[in-house]
Design a protein around this ligand. Structure first.
Ligand code: SF4
Length: 480
């Protein structure tokens, strides 16, 4: 049986996947191996995912971003789902979760694996509910059957809601918003109906054996995450976290890679506490957080409320951020929502990498600032996180080619452009000294995700994305 990355690392083997992530992170392959061997980082890489370009998730590496895609009862078809995958990869998702609950789930999942250069995650419980018809009709055999099928299909990591236990349920009684995790509500409903312990907890060792065979990484679900600020850090959340710590060690004992999911909705002053507690309880296993949203009052803008929490969590040690789109709490996101959500989260991840002084992370900022001060508009657009948006916003008011060298933009206007005034006021020779200070991104020690362009994966295998802004997007690596 082929080894998992964890088993190989423990034996002292540097695998090709470890070599590749070391190259992408600008780190020593031996350091990568040590981090994986100690469970401090994971490389989700199912043996059956042939199109994967491996990446690593761990607090010692650049912060990663996940995007959720997938159909619902009312949408969609295979081509649309592949377009969504392309959109997510194009805008910089490091992993993608297929949360589909509609039709043709197997066909769509297999196509995602066949085309995706990034690790693919799923929540097998959703398919179990769909097949069973009602949460209470799920059986342990059905859960194992679906998990094994998805592992054979090449899924790289799965959210398993095994941490919510029967004894935790009364702890949610005083909450404002009860259980907001889909998987958590399904498992709670099953336990109430059967008067038994969580079936995923009961079969956890069998799940470990399936995961070890295919090298599927656990993403231990936080079924009792708070759904509002008032419920953050309560007894229910932390009781489940203790179980997730126990399950982390069970996974490791089976040679399986583990990361742990986290909240949710958390006020700013408690974000770091959440990360530190998870790191302690789960022995440093990578923390994969959804947001957290730091206020509940802004539906329609929850990519912003949550990106604030995500940046703080990453600075405190969270390894991967699950994006939230402006449609959170309101509806299924569309392409523009995916774009906005990913931009918010790439900003959060990069800001945290700068804030934690990852090697070379700030070089990108410096290069863009130099282009800005030099009024090199084309270079500024090229270096922007979202070049199309930067260019189109500029061109809304000053579209002409002559404005691409202009020493002002429409924000302050020519007369009041502070950078022009500053430059004109400087003595001869001072600007030359500034020009000598140019950042060379080619030689930057930054990890791949901390250098432009965003979306560094080859995507030539994917159908084209839908047009946006009416602006030609720059070619990606691997584009036809
Ligand atoms: S006009 Fe204002 S915003 Fe525009 S380049 Fe000058 S200083 Fe910057």
């Amino acid at each position: 049986m082929a080894q998992t990355q964890l088993q190989a690392a423990r034996e002292g083997t540097v695998t090709p996947a470890m070599e590749r992530v070391a190259e992408r992170e600008n780190r020593d392959p031996e350091f990568v191996r040590e981090q994986v061997a100690d469970g401090q980082a994971v490389i989700p890489a199912n043996h059956n995912h042939d199109t994967l370009d491996p990446m690593i998730i761990g607090r010692e590496f650049a912060t990663k971003v996940n995007a959720n895609i997938g159909n619902s009862e009312t949408t969609s078809d295979l081509e649309t789902e592949l377009e969504k995958l392309h959109t997510a990869v194009h805008y910089g998702a490091d992993t993608v979760m297929d949360l589909g609950t509609g039709s043709d789930l197997d066909e769509i999942r297999e196509a995602h694996v066949a085309h995706s250069p990034v690790p693919l995650g799923t929540v097998p419980l959703y398919e179990a509910v769909k097949q069973a018809g009602r949460p209470e009709d799920i059986t342990k055999d059905l859960l194992l059957e679906i998990i094994e099928k998805q592992a054979e299909q090449g899924v790289d990591y799965m959210t398993i809601h095994a941490g919510i236990l029967a004894e935790h349920l009364p702890l949610t009684d005083g909450r404002k918003t009860g259980i907001v995790s889909r998987g958590g509500s399904i498992m709670a409903s099953w336990m109430e109906a059967h008067g038994e312990q969580n079936p995923l907890y009961q079969v956890f060792p069998e799940i470990c054996e399936i995961f070890a065979e295919h090298d599927v990484t656990f993403s231990l679900g936080d079924s009792l995450r708070p759904g509002c600020l008032a419920d953050a850090c309560d007894d229910a959340q932390y009781a489940e976290l203790d179980t997730l710590g126990e399950l982390t060690r069970v996974g490791w004992d089976h040679g399986v890679q583990v990361m742990v999911e986290g909240p949710g909705h958390v006020p700013m002053h408690k974000v770091a506490e959440n990360v530190e507690r998870q790191q302690e309880v789960c022995d440093g296993a990578p923390f994969y957080v959804l947001g957290p949203l730091v206020t509940d009052v802004a539906p329609g803008y929850d990519h912003i409320t949550s990106a604030i929490g995500a940046a703080m969590a990453a600075q405190a040690g969270a390894a991967m951020l699950c994006y939230v789109t402006p449609k959170e709490h309101l509806g299924l996101p569309e392409e523009e929502d995916v774009r906005d959500g990913l931009a918010a989260y790439r900003i959060a991840a990069h800001a945290a990498d700068v804030g934690t002084e990852r090697p070379g992370a700030r070089d990108w900022d410096d290069a863009l600032s130099e282009a800005r001060y030099a009024f090199d508009w084309r270079e500024q657009f090229a270096l922007a996180l979202d070049p199309d948006r930067a260019r189109s916003f500029h061109d809304q008011t000053l579209p002409g080619d002559n404005y691409k060298e202009a020493r002002f933009c429409s924000m302050c206007g020519a007369e009041f452009c502070s950078m022009r005034i500053d430059q004109d006021a400087r003595a001869d020779g001072e600007m030359d000294a500034l020009a000598d200070n140019e950042t060379d991104l080619e030689t930057s020690p930054a990890a791949e995700v901390n250098r432009p362009p965003v979306g560094t994966h080859a995507s030539g295998d994917l159908p084209p994305m839908a047009d946006h802004d009416g602006v030609d997007r720059p070619a990606e690596a691997g584009d036809d």
